[in-house]
Design a protein around this ligand. Structure first.
Ligand SMILES: Nc1ncnc2c1ncn2[C@@H]1O[C@H](COP(=O)(O)OP(=O)(O)OP(=O)(O)O)[C@@H](O)[C@H]1O
Ligand SMILES: [Mg+2]
Length: 562
């Protein structure tokens, strides 16, 4: 059995060595006792002297709250909460306390204080909260960056896609152009000889016409030959149209006029079970193209549309102005276009067919029904006029062809020029030297000219022509020469002739339209050129023109140029 004294000693030791923070103070805050743990928590040693009143241990920021605490503990048996204290090194410590008022009859009232130092826990909690806040901020920033980067990537992707589309368009254009060039070379190769033959046929038809005046039957038959020959001519032109060799004269063309003028013909061309609507936009401006070719384009598109509607349907052709079309090259400056639309409610096309429609000789029609050159021709003509074609079509849902041509602003210069007036052929006394390697054509030309009163010399090549020029006793007023001949071409011959007779008049003829450029380089006016095939009448007009307005001297031009 322990004595009460021993018991008391044990309790004191228990309190003094407890890890919990303990103290006893009176109702004014004066310290009665404090244990080691509490003192050391504030950085003091129990042996050191320290303050007498709890108030002195409080952090300055909360000292003004101490009176309120004393009032609470005087009124209530228990008070608990957070207390901020000032350690010896000036730092702040945070205690969670629970103080109990103890009263005993006959003794002064005391307060038994128990506390836990939660400074480190609070610091850890604050650090955790801070790092959570930092984390949230970093996450928000990251999300923002990701969103920005995604937008940038999307934009770059979009740019890449449109660049790829542009390149694909260009590649397709290039491929088509190459195919056209290949077919063009083929067409150009035969066109020269073909044109010569057609000139002979047309020429002899003309002379037969006058010779058969008394026989209406013969006249009719010759007319038929003549008509067939004209059709053959237009076929050659069609072949040449998509070969780059032919670049016909381009004029200002009003698509509204063309459509209106063609409307009767188009309606006759297609069957009654197809309803035709033609709409023209009055605000339309002109385009620069060859009117004949534009008619050819419209006919091809309309025939295709009609062929796509074997059970009948609706066909519409219309014009409109498109203010800013930039299909070929996205991002390029917008430019006004004149748009010609031909659409039908016919069978439409699969994507595979649609991808090949402009290919030369591509056709889905039965053998003998289509050559597959219709749209190739359309394509060639539209490209020559710096235009574009857009096709929309789906199987069973009809097709729409939209042709875009650059709109030409009307200026005084572009206003219509007065048509050129031809003088009737009144010449026929001069001497003309005809040079052509095609014997039949050479003979025909000589005959036509002779029949019209000219004195004529014929030569099958340049060498012979030069010999005739030197040896002919009289004056030679005009030389008519083919441009393309073996050994010595028209250009070389002209130079050689002018070395002999500098002011000699020369008229060039060729079936290759690109030779126009060559001729222009040789003479200053373009009327010294005639395109094969030509009619005798056209040739006679041309000869009169050339003789009346002599071509300027080759040497003179050279001197001026150098
Ligand atoms: N309006 C259209 N509707 C449906 N398919 C079309 C249309 N236009 C053209 N096509 C398709 O494009 C192909 C090529 O047309 P293109 O005009 O070049 O030749 P074609 O009509 O077959 O023969 P050609 O015109 O030389 O007589 C056609 O065979 C057809 O399959
Ligand atoms: Mg066709």
């Amino acid at each position: 059995m322990r004595t009460p004294r021993q018991q008391l000693r044990l309790y004191r030791l228990l309190v003094e060595n407890s890890l919990g923070l303990m103290c006893i103070h009176d109702l004014d805050g004066n310290l009665v006792t404090i244990n080691r743990a509490a003192v050391e928590s504030l950085g003091y040693r129990l042996e050191d002297g320290f303050g007498q009143n709890i108030r002195e241990f409080l952090a300055p920021s909360v000292r003004h709250l101490f009176d309120a605490y004393l009032e609470r503990i005087r009124a209530n048996p228990v008070d608990s909460g957070i207390m901020h204290l000032l350690a010896k090194d000036g730092t702040e410590r945070i205690w969670f306390y629970r103080n109990v008022r103890y009263e005993e009859p006959g003794s002064p009232i005391h307060v038994l204080g128990h506390a836990l130092d939660i400074t480190e826990r609070i610091k850890a909690e604050r650090a955790l909260a801070q790092s959570q806040a930092d984390l949230a901020k970093a996450r928000d920033e990251l999300e923002l960056r990701v969103a920005e980067r995604t937008a940038e990537l999307r934009e770059a992707n979009e740019r890449l896609r449109s660049e790829m589309q542009r390149r694909q368009n260009i590649e397709e254009e290039l491929l088509r152009t190459r195919k056209l060039e290949a077919v063009g070379r083929l067409a150009g190769g035969i066109a020269h000889d073909f044109n010569n033959l057609m000139t002979i046929i047309v020429g002899y038809c003309e002379s037969m016409r006058s010779a058969t005046g008394s026989s209406p039957d013969l006249q009719r038959e010759v007319s038929e030959i003549y008509k067939a020959a004209q059709q053959a001519n237009s076929l050659t032109r069609q072949l040449l149209a998509f070969s780059r060799r032919q670049k016909p004269e381009a004029d200002l063309v009003d698509l509204n006029d063309v459509l209106t003028d063609m409307s009767d013909m188009l309606r006759r061309l297609i069957r009654d079970d197809i309803e035709v609507t033609i709409r023209t936009d009055p605000a339309l401006g002109p385009i620069r193209a060859n009117r004949g070719q534009i008619e050819q384009v419209i006919i091809n598109l309309v025939i295709n549309a009609a062929q796509a509607m074997p059970q009948g349907g609706k066909l519409s052709a219309s014009t409109r102005v498109d203010e800013g079309w930039s299909w070929l090259s996205p991002g390029r400056e917008r430019q006004p276009f004149v748009c010609l639309t031909v659409s039908d409610t016919g069978i439409g096309m699969d994507p595979e067919v649609k991808a090949r429609i402009f290919d030369p000789f591509f056709t889905t029609k039965e053998p003998g029904e289509g050559t597959g050159l219709g749209l190739t021709t359309v394509y060639g003509i539209v490209k020559q006029a710096d235009g574009h074609i857009a096709v929309e079509s789906e199987r069973g849902k009809g097709s729409t062809f939209q042709l875009y041509f650059p709109l030409i602003e009307r200026t005084i210069e572009t206003e219509a020029q007065p048509p050129r007036v031809f003088r009737p052929p009144t010449c026929g006394t001069e001497t003309i030297l005809v040079v052509d390697d095609q014997e039949g054509l050479c003979n025909l030309l000589c005959e036509i000219l002779r029949n019209n009163g000219y004195s004529v010399l014929g030569a099958p090549n340049g060498r012979e022509a030069l010999r005739l020029l030197r040896e002919h006793p009289g004056r030679i007023d005009l030389v008519i020469t083919d441009m393309v001949m073996p050994e010595m071409g028209g250009r070389e011959l002209a130079e050689a002739l002018r070395r002999v007779q500098p002011k000699i008049n020369i008229l060039f003829m060729s079936g290759y339209m690109d030779k126009v450029e060559d001729v222009r380089a040789l003479v200053s006016c373009d009327h010294a050129f005639i395109e094969k095939p030509f009619t005798p009448e056209a040739l006679l007009h041309k000869i009169c023109d050339v003789i009346a307005t002599p071509t300027s001297s080759l040497h003179g031009e050279r001197e001026k140029a150098s």
